[in-house]
Design a protein around this ligand. Structure first.
Ligand code: UDP
Ligand code: MG
Length: 327
């Protein structure tokens, strides 16, 4: 029997695209089932993220007309990442593997075949990566690519040019469930899980209808969330700056003393300059040190799993066998 595949699609005010998306996905899944690549228990799960338009009514009617469609509705709008997580963790209970993708089908659904192939070869996570960004506006491309670089520079490892189009196996999702953080940035968490992973390349299309639900403001908030959820390096910069300024203050101390003994200073200038630099440097350094502790607390309260086991080689009858061999 082949594996059950769930395709999870978060939807927020997507009434314009949903019918088309649904029919394309249904064709895809039906052909996968027909070719025997996935089980006929496979489903397309739409997650309604508190839409204000007819999105959920459309999902309901889709569910009524075809058993391949399933639906999930959140109590209110919780944002893309939370909607996605809700869908993934729900699908995990029914599926062997789950693929997540956006409702606007900007991600090429034909990459699904290759994802399944890699999954069958033993991969637990398969990332969809955009080979080009021709169709994105200059601003989107510039900000997005700059963002990946900044993230990696700050120590949060994300897959370059990978959005949330990916396949995850059941056990990868079970591992994901152990990341309890509320500030959710899936692109950063998933690489932390580990297991055997691979990449599938595809070309990104333009949104075929409706508008992006990620205006610049949401995009910046998302980027900030990504950085602050994964890196305490900004704190380290403060500490380093404080250290540097303290060093400068020592230099200023020497310089001011020399000027003082040369006799060409105003009364009070030396003490003022020295204390200005010294206090500035020490204040920054102290804030940095306090920050280091806060950073540690921050990482602790996330309560991330300390390890995830991939394989355990253990023969429970080994003791018996050892006895046998010693006889
Ligand atoms: N989305 C969501 N909740 C939100 C915002 C967006 O579930 O609050 C969904 C949206 O319906 C789409 C996906 O997240 O399926 C990505 O959004 P969009 O295509 O607008 O982002 P872009 O491709 O412009 O980055
Ligand atoms: Mg989109």
């Amino acid at each position: 029997m082949s594996d059950i595949l769930y395709i999870v699609v978060p939807c927020y005010n997507e009434e314009e695209v949903l019918q088309e998306t649904a029919s394309r996905l249904r064709h895809k899944l039906a052909s996968l089932i027909e070719s025997g690549a996935v089980s006929e228990k496979s489903r397309i799960l739409f997650v309604n993220d508190g839409s204000k338009d007819r999105t959920f009514e459309i999902i309901e009617s889709l569910h009524k007309t075809c058993k391949l469609f399933a639906g999930l509705s959140l109590s209110r709008n919780r944002g893309h990442q939370n909607a996605l997580l809700a869908g993934l963790l729900t699908a995990k209970n029914y599926a062997d593997a789950v693929i997540s993708m956006d409702a606007d089908l900007q991600d090429d659904i034909d990459a699904v075949d290759e994802m399944i192939k890699k999954y069958k070869e033993g991969c637990d996570i398969v990332y969809g990566v955009r080979s080009k960004r021709k169709t994105d506006s200059f601003l989107k491309r510039f900000t997005a690519e700059g963002f990946y670089r900044l993230m990696n520079f700050l120590g949060a490892n994300t897959i370059y040019n990978h959005a949330d189009y990916r396949l995850m196996s059941k056990r990868a999702l079970e591992a994901l469930e152990n990341y309890k953080e509320v500030n959710l940035f899936l692109r950063g968490i998933v690489p932390l899980i580990g297991f055997k992973t691979d990449i599938v390349y595809y070309e990104r299309h333009e949104r075929f209808a409706g508008e992006s639900k990620y205006p610049l403001k949401k995009m910046l908030a998302f980027a900030f969330e990504g950085i602050t959820s994964f890196s305490v390096k900004p704190i380290r910069f403060i500490t380093m700056l404080g250290f540097f300024i303290t060093l400068v203050s020592v230099g200023m101390f020497v310089y001011t003393l020399v000027r003082y003994f040369q006799g060409n200073t105003e009364v009070g200038w030396a003490s003022l300059i020295i204390s200005l630099w010294a206090i500035g440097g020490l204040t920054l350094l102290s804030i940095g040190i306090i920050g280091e502790y806060i950073g540690k607390i921050y990482l602790e309260v996330k309560g991330r799993p300390r390890f995830i086991i991939d394989k355990l080689l253990l023969d429970e009858e080994s003791e018996v066998k050892a006895e046998e061999s010693s006889k």
